[in-house]
Write a protein that binds this ligand. Structure first.
Ligand SMILES: Nc1ncnc2c1ncn2[C@@H]1O[C@H](COP(=O)(O)OP(=O)(O)OP(=O)(O)O)[C@@H](O)[C@H]1O
Ligand SMILES: [Mg+2]
Length: 441
């Protein structure tokens, strides 16, 4: 291919491309990248990514991670221009075994209106709230690759994996890389809503549908998601009679409101998630088989953190940076601590790791956090601080609750096993799942 043709391709592919050399110095970006990021090639070319990150152009860098790990990596980051990008970085090795180039392929996750002016502080605050995706391990890169490939289609996706592995995060990523990203993403947690309310939450109701209903009627989640994505979390908790109604929606792309006679059609994409073994629930008659097959069109299994330990160091690095920024601290983890973290089982997966890093940043007194912060690594140093004891207790309580949940599966079972009320079991588990811990309660 001649050079002119290569240039044409380079500038006209759908993805952004960002090329660096083996030292992380920017060689060139393509036009799509300029459009996605709002930053021009002239501003970037010749500058090292270390410098660009330090200057706040980007909150992170795939290239630097690739160079550090000498392996492919996928990360999201924000730009100074208030954009959110997902980057897949790939090292290109020379004959001498050194990395000569890093080729980055970029997807645009930005939904905000490009033309809306916000000051950079507001933008930074906003972007800090949104979590990033970090992945280096082969299994997680595969998950993301598949997610990106199917995001553009309208097929239904079933996300499975233990609690805290990143199902909700991947669901959001799928929506944000799909053609529907300008449309709404409606998230509903089937386990968090009382059974009697799920139907009207999902499908809305007509005026006078039941006592206590709003006189004007109400739109349900499916209607509100028109043109976008419905994310049904903890789908295993959907009552059987609603499972058939959902099946109908998937098949006919239409449904009735509660108490309604008018068939309403919807244009939504469905993403469902569960940490239960749905196939087993089908075998036990607790989940409809036909719905299972309808949902399981594209199965995406996210492996637990202990099966992809390579992700631990970059995740810790990312969380450290985030919480250091949040609490205005400068904590580092000692090499021994880092090594120990890679060997822990992390039953609560990334949520637990994230929670751990936050607690370490907040509670440790030294700037270099050492092995002693580990729950079983000797709490001696930490017990002097009330916070650390509280944290350790909360952590212990959390482990017990999660353990009980995975064994008994329902809040009723957990409550019975632990001798607490069902309401309190539900509240605590919800808190663990939403905040990653019980620290504030
Ligand atoms: N690859 C990742 N990179 C960075 N952060 C991650 C990653 N995966 C998960 N997280 C973070 O870990 C936490 C837990 O993830 P998430 O809520 O998506 O898990 P989940 O599988 O939906 O859990 P649950 O089954 O309890 O709903 C979130 O704060 C999320 O931002
Ligand atoms: Mg979730």
């Amino acid at each position: 291919m001649d050079r002119e043709l290569l240039e044409i391709v380079f500038d006209n592919v759908d993805n952004g491309i960002y090329l660096t050399d083996g030292n992380g110095v920017t060689i060139r970006v393509n036009r799509t990248f300029e459009e996605m990021s709002g930053i021009r090639n002239e501003e970037l070319a010749g500058k090292s990514l270390r410098q660009l990150v330090a200057e706040g152009y980007f909150t992170g860098s795939a290239s630097l991670l690739v160079l550090e790990r000498r392996a492919p990596a996928t990360v999201t980051y924000s730009t100074r221009t208030n954009r959110k990008l997902l980057v897949k970085g790939k090292p290109i090795f020379g004959a001498d075994g050194e990395i000569r180039y890093v080729v980055n392929t970029i997807w645009d996750l930005t939904v905000v209106d490009y033309n809306r002016e916000v000051d950079s502080d507001t933008a930074r605050d906003q972007l800090l709230v949104e979590e990033d995706v970090i992945a280096c391990s082969a299994p997680m890169m595969q998950v993301i690759d598949l997610a990106l490939r199917v995001a553009g289609t309208d097929s239904t996706i079933l996300l499975t994996g233990e609690s805290g592995v990143g199902k909700s995060l991947v669901a959001r990523m799928i929506h944000r890389t799909s053609e529907r990203k300008a449309g709404p993403l409606m998230h509903i947690n089937c386990a968090a809503i009382p059974e009697s309310l799920i139907e009207s939450e999902l499908f809305g109701y007509e005026p006078g549908a039941f006592t206590g209903a709003d006189r004007k009627g109400k739109r349900g989640l499916f209607e509100m998601a028109e043109g976008g994505t419905v994310f049904l979390d903890e789908i295993s908790e959907l009552p059987l009679h609603l499972q058939s109604k959902l099946l109908g929606v998937i098949q006919d792309k239409a449904f009735f409101r509660v108490g309604g006679r008018q068939l309403r059609s919807v244009d939504v994409r469905l993403v469902a998630a569960t940490n239960k073994d749905l196939a087993r629930m089908v075998a036990e008659g607790r989940f409809r088989e036909d719905l299972y097959y309808r949902l399981n069109v594209v199965p995406l299994y996210i492996p637990p953190l202990r099966e992809r330990c390579e992700d631990i160091p970059p995740l810790v690095g990312y969380f450290l940076e985030r919480f250091n920024r949040k609490y205005r601290k400068y904590k580092r983890f000692s090499a021994k601590l880092m090594a120990a973290l890679e060997r822990l089982p992390w039953r609560g997966n990334i949520r637990e790791l994230e929670n751990f890093v936050e607690r370490a940043v907040v509670t440790s007194s030294a700037d270099e956090v050492a092995l002693e912060v580990l729950p079983m690594g000797g709490t001696k140093g930490g017990l002097a601080e009330g916070m650390a004891l509280k944290g350790a207790l909360a952590e212990f309580e959390k482990q017990i609750l999660l353990e009980a949940e995975s064994r008994y599966r329902t809040t009723r079972g957990v409550a019975a096993a632990l001798g607490i009320s069902q309401a309190s079991a539900a509240r605590k588990l919800k808190q663990i799942k939403e905040n990653g811990g019980l620290l504030d309660g």
